[in-house]
Design a protein around this ligand. Structure first.
Ligand SMILES: [Zn+2]
Length: 642
């Protein structure tokens, strides 16, 4: 029987820990139990000294055993909850509430937005005195229902959550049965198309799904859902789902897996979780309004949240016995990630970009392009064919000019925006243009999911770009300045529909597929003083794309639900330079800058023309690499032991 050196077992772990406490750092370990907690190993101790020095102990142990470790206190040494609460309220300013998790010995302290920065050493001292883990969370400057909702789901049933994490851990740390000798991907969606991203990565030991998206442009399930149906027993055998970012075409079908009894982990970055939940719930809601059924229910969304594990950028995490992942900034939307997937012990490394932007935007820093190792690069190709003729700077000028003209003739400006990403970017651009006096001061109204999505942005300042982070320190909420008014009621919306004079309306959805933007469009389409301005990619088949192609008679539903034919007389235009996707030039620069040089390049997430054109350029830039342009259902062997 072949035994690998890398075999992992709890017995070996116990030996390593014992050796650590006798040789490296001699003290009584006081260990009472060792448990799996999702992709981490939790060590419970009844020695308060070990608990108080947890940072050092955990760091040493991680170096020794190369697994993520968390040190927890045994119940026996914890100070009673009431006393901890009194101490916290006395010594931390602005406490709004404390959530105690008695199973873990953890207290989450919510402090108000304007409370003074809590002192790190003070918190450490409190932890040492009480033997409780204390985590301080600051309330964002804008209230967000979604983050509160997610917290309720995660903290509402700690017993269930802990059991779910233990089950996940059991699978992550199971003994590897087969040696890693193959790495194969199968394209279940996003093969020569934009939409329903889903790529299955298989080794002899593991099955991991990279994204699980929905396609907005199809009409039948076979066109809209990823082709999960083609892999037999997939939902039962899947080890993990990795979500790169919170756009429906990358995560819209995650709860669907839970509908069919998937109970494994979903990995994503911290901001991705609330942004994802917000849009999945909206997806259900919109389907209901249109008299259709969403492919899953709120219960399935809740189940998905209970099984979601968030990861910070740069943290290496074991997700199966032979796969480790690390997230890096993708520059596309808040929390968007490029995933580095390490297979086997140095067997193969895959970089999956998800959607990415290789340029600084007003909201985010440019995507990461250097990785420790990379044999295969799976890259999006949305703008692979047509170069964007304008730079960011020029696009801002064009936007200012269009708005200036429309406002000058007394018109209304409708900017359809996807809730997450472009909306916040355009808000920062408009802010800048107003402040510089480049466009006349005009009221801007935000309608739909944009408001909640912006609130979530204010909760994760550490994920925003360097420049905007600096301004947040100065100004607080940089998104919602005096120029912007959120529309929070139907009567407020009616006022805007009837108001005289110019206004700018930013509303969802970004491709005119539903959402409050259609109400404004119905009212304002017939007046040639008005302007409809697209700032994001319009997928083939959507109303947005049709209008850009010249369609001028459209069918919209009125309040009573009756279809009306509307003649579009307003000016229709698009300004491309704000896209969260890399332009053709940026995709090419990325291939040139990418380190180390990959052996395989797999192009996905682009229409056939875009992928074809990019593949031709890529072969010249990376003459040693094999370039793949797979269709859906195609499999590619990335590596195999010979
Ligand atoms: Zn995206």
């Amino acid at each position: 029987m072949v035994m690998s050196q890398q075999l992992f077992s709890l017995d070996r772990l116990r030996q390593e820990i014992a050796r650590y406490f006798s040789v490296v750092n001699p003290m009584d370990s006081g260990i009472t139990k060792i448990e799996f907690e999702g992709p981490k190993i939790a060590i419970y101790t009844r020695n308060p000294e070990v608990f108080a020095n947890q940072d050092q102990v955990a760091k040493d142990l991680v170096n020794l055993i190369k697994k993520r470790i968390v040190i927890r206190s045994d119940e026996e040494i914890r100070v009673p909850k009431e006393d901890v609460e009194a101490k916290i309220r006395e010594r931390i300013k602005g406490v709004l509430g404390i959530i105690f998790n008695e199973l873990l010995g953890e207290a989450v302290v919510e402090v108000s937005y304007d409370a003074p920065e809590p002192d790190d050493t003070e918190i450490k001292l409190l932890m040492a005195e009480t033997s409780w883990v204390i985590r301080v969370e600051r309330q964002p400057p804008m209230k967000t229902r979604t983050i509160e909702h997610v917290k309720k789901i995660i903290h509402g049933d700690p017993q269930y959550r802990l059991q779910a994490l233990r089950n996940i851990g059991e699978k992550v740390f199971r003994n590897q049965v087969f040696e890693t000798s193959d790495a194969v991907i199968t394209i279940l969606g996003s093969g020569r198309q934009v939409g329903r991203s889903a790529i299955l990565l298989q080794t002899n030991e593991s099955k991991v799904l990279l994204d699980c998206g929905y396609s907005p442009s199809g009409t039948r399930n076979l066109e809209m859902f990823p082709r999960l149906d083609v892999v037999e027993n997939l939902v039962n055998e899947l080890d993990a789902v990795v979500v790169t970012h919170a756009h429906l075409d990358h995560m819209g079908m995650v709860p669907y897996l839970f509908k069919y009894d998937y109970r494994g982990p979903v990995y994503c970055s911290e901001p991705t979780l609330p942004l994802m939940v917000m849009q999945q719930l909206d997806f259900i809601n919109v389907a209901g309004k249109e008299g259709e059924f969403a492919p899953y229910t709120e219960g399935d969304v809740r189940m998905a949240v209970q099984h979601t594990v968030t990861l910070k950028y740069g943290v290496v995490t074991n997700i199966t016995p032979d796969i480790r992942i690390t997230f890096y900034n993708a520059g596309h939307i808040l929390g968007s990630s490029i995933v580095h997937i390490h297979i086997g012990e140095g067997f193969h490394n895959v970089i999956y970009t998800g959607d990415f932007k290789f340029e600084n935007s007003r909201t985010l820093d440019a995507s990461v392009y250097k990785f420790p190792r990379a044999e295969t690069l799976i890259m999006e190709s949305t703008y692979g064919a047509t170069p964007v003729p304008f730079t960011r700077q020029e696009s801002e000028e064009m936007l200012a000019e269009y708005i200036g003209k429309a406002v000058g003739r007394g018109g209304k400006v409708i900017i359809p925006v996807p809730a997450v990403g472009r909306a916040q970017e355009i808000m920062l651009v408009l802010n800048h243009l107003f402040n510089e006096g480049r466009i006349p001061e005009t009221p801007v109204f935000l309608d739909g999911l944009v408001i909640e999505a912006t609130a979530i942005h204010t909760a994760f300042p550490e994920y925003l770009g360097r420049e905007v982070r600096g301004r947040i320190k100065e100004l607080g909420n940089v998104f919602l300045s005096e120029y912007f008014t959120p529309v929070r009621s139907p009567s407020q919306r009616d006022e805007i529909l009837n108001m005289q004079g110019p206004a700018i309306i930013m509303a969802t959805s970004g491709m005119l597929e539903g959402g409050p933007v259609l109400t404004y469009l119905r009212e304002f389409a017939g007046d040639d003083r008005n302007l409809l301005m697209f700032v994001s990619y319009q997928v083939e088949g959507t109303l947005g794309r049709k209008l850009l192609k010249g369609l001028r008679e459209i069918q919209l539903f009125n309040e009573a639900g009756k279809a009306e034919i509307i003649e579009v007389k307003m000016e229709v235009t698009k300004v491309d330079g704000f896209s969260g996707h890399s332009s053709r030039q940026q995709l090419i620069s990325y291939l040139k800058a990418f380190k180390p040089k990959p052996r395989n390049l797999v192009l996905v997430h682009g229409e056939p023309e875009a992928i074809g054109s990019l593949a031709r350029s890529a072969s010249k830039i990376l003459p040693q690499a094999r370039v793949y342009t797979p269709q859906n259902l195609e499999s590619i062997t990335l590596a195999t032991h010979t």
